[in-house]
Design a protein around this ligand. Structure first.
Ligand code: EAX
Length: 325
């Protein structure tokens, strides 16, 4: 019986392989900025698996991790040029391509994870995904990077005054740069690929990222102080070259969209897990962690920035997100 089962399995495997080689297989290249063992890594792996099974192996996703095929800005450009097929990216450099998206990068916009996810999955977020199409990009789904927290090597951050003159790497994101400057920080925008070395060599004093990223990128090796500022929510996106997307059949498009939704589930679950465990783990790695700050003091320091962003994006649009239930 056991032998029969083995033969049957072998025969089925052969048949599957024959079917695969008879029909052409399209390989799509997907690049992401974080390691395989990260909230993006597990998401793109899930995406690849779901696409492959959902299309019966007609499509295969070849994943690259840790920005092996380029940083986030370069990856988005690659989608437009057709030199890259897919990417999972933070919104860091996205406003340079689709300016409207920057509304989600406003500090202290979202209350908590549940609200951020509800907004992105709801009509406001889904409407925003359509803004990518005219730029040659198909946005398959919102994913997540997480609430960002500040780390540095100079001093523990407890109040906005502690940020004065701190040289901090920021994403290449105009909203972040404007807000951090208002907090007294000296922002140094650069791609994530440069961050570890810049911290190690002291080119910058600090940086800010979600706990999940601080862990997966091992930033604790080059940073002493961590403060849970949670000053801004950082969304992520699963993006595809529109040229590639347009080649898919309507049924395959549905497979890709469903695969992206599955990927986001795994991505968010990993972040939930990291949020629970990271502080203890980072302390064990020697970081000094300040867990509680007076967030209202940081928000007050941003009052002129909020007023400016209210004019830029329309206060009603911001309030619609802020008050979304
Ligand atoms: O996308 O650039 C950043 O700090 C991002 O948070 C990170 O690369 C994950």
């Amino acid at each position: 019986m056991r032998r029969f089962r083995f033969l049957l399995a072998a025969a089925l495997a052969c048949a599957a392989m024959a079917a695969l080689s008879a029909s052409a297989q399209t390989v799509l290249r997907m690049n992401t900025s974080l390691a395989r063992d990260s909230s993006y890594g597990v998401a793109v792996d899930t995406f690849a698996r779901e696409v492959e099974t959902g299309t019966g192996g007609r499509y295969r996703i070849q994943n690259s991790y840790s920005a092996a095929l380029g940083d986030e800005r370069g990856s988005i450009e690659g989608l437009q040029l057709g030199t890259l097929d897919l990417t999972m990216t933070s919104t860091g450099p996205v406003p340079n391509f689709v300016p409207e998206v920057a509304i989600f990068d406003i500090p202290f916009l979202f209350r908590d994870y549940a609200q951020a996810r509800a907004v992105l999955d709801g009509p406001i977020g889904q409407e925003m995904l359509k803004q990518f199409e005219p730029k040659g990009i198909e946005a398959l789904a919102w994913g997540e990077n997480g609430f960002r927290n500040m780390t540095n090597n100079k001093r523990p951050i407890r109040t906005p005054a502690d940020l004065e003159g701190l040289k901090m790497r920021t994403m290449e994101n105009p909203i972040h740069i404007e807000a951090y400057r208002a907090l007294g920080i000296l922002p140094t925008p650069m791609a994530f690929t440069e961050v570890f070395t810049a911290l190690q060599q002291g080119t910058v004093d600090g940086q800010e990222n979600p706990l999940s990223v601080i862990l997966s990128a091992k930033l604790y090796q080059v940073q002493k102080y961590l403060t849970l500022t949670g000053h801004v929510y950082s969304p992520a996106l699963i993006l595809m070259s529109k040229a590639r997307w347009d080649e898919l059949s309507p049924a395959d498009k549905q497979v890709f969209l469903a695969a992206a939704r599955e990927a986001v589930k795994v991505n968010r679950a990993r972040i939930d897990h990291d949020e629970k465990n990271a502080v203890a783990e980072l302390r064990a790695h020697g970081m000094q962690v300040i867990e509680h700050i007076d967030k209202a003091a940081f928000q007050a320091a941003l009052a002129p920035t909020f007023a400016d962003l209210g004019r830029k994006f329309g206060q009603a649009n911001i309030d619609r997100i802020r008050n979304y239930q």
